[in-house]
Design a protein around this ligand. Structure first.
Ligand code: FES
Length: 144
C-alpha cells in the first residue's frame, strides 16, 4: 500500500436502489468515504464492459457497480447482466495482470442507506489495500 494514497473509485449506481440508498444514507447523516464518485444510471443493466474499462483507463483505482437486489431489478434482468459483465471485466483484468478485485458488484435496496455506507467503506478499504491502479501510472507516464 502506498502512503497517503486516497483511492479514486467510480460507483455506477442504479437510480432505483443504490442511488436512492446513497440519498437515504445522506438523509440519515451516515458518513461514508468521499472517494466514491457516484454516477447514477437508470439500471445497472446499462453498464457495459467498456464503461468499466474506460473508468479504469481514465484513472479510477476501482469501480463498483451497485444494483437492485437479485429478483428486484425494475428491468427484470439488468442486475444479472451487470454481474455477468463485471465478471467479464474481472477476467480481462486477470488476463492483463491487474487485480480483479478492483471491480466489484453489489446488490442492495433503496431502504439500505446504512448498507450503502458499508459497501463504500468496504470498497475504499479494498482499493486502499490494493494501492494505486497500475493503469493510472501508464496513463500518467505513457509507459507500458
Ligand atoms: Fe436497479 Fe436494474 S433497475 S439494477
Amino acid at each position: 500500500m502506498t502512503e497517503n494514497f486516497e483511492p479514486q473509485i467510480v460507483g455506477f449506481c442504479c437510480k432505483y436502489c443504490a442511488y436512492a440508498a446513497a440519498d437515504l444514507a445522506g438523509s440519515m447523516r451516515i458518513s461514508y468515504p468521499p472517494n466514491i464518485k457516484i454516477i447514477q444510471v437508470p439500471c445497472t443493466g446499462r453498464i457495459d464492459v467498456i464503461h468499466i474499462l474506460k473508468a479504469l483507463e481514465e484513472g479510477a483505482d476501482g469501480v463498483m457497480v451497485a444494483g437492485c437486489l437479485e429478483g428486484e431489478c425494475h428491468f427484470l434482468e439488468g442486475n444479472f447482466k451487470a454481474r455477468a459483465r463485471v465478471n467479464s471485466v474481472k477476467k480481462i483484468l486477470d488476463e492483463i495482470r491487474l487485480e480483479p478485485d478492483r471491480v466489484v458488484m453489489y446488490n442492495l435496496s433503496s431502504a439500505m442507506g446504512p448498507r450503502f455506507a458499508e459497501i463504500c467503506q468496504d470498497m475504499a478499504e479494498k482499493i486502499t489495500m490494493l494501492g494505486p491502479s497500475p493503469m493510472k501510472k501508464i496513463k500518467e507516464t505513457g509507459a507500458a
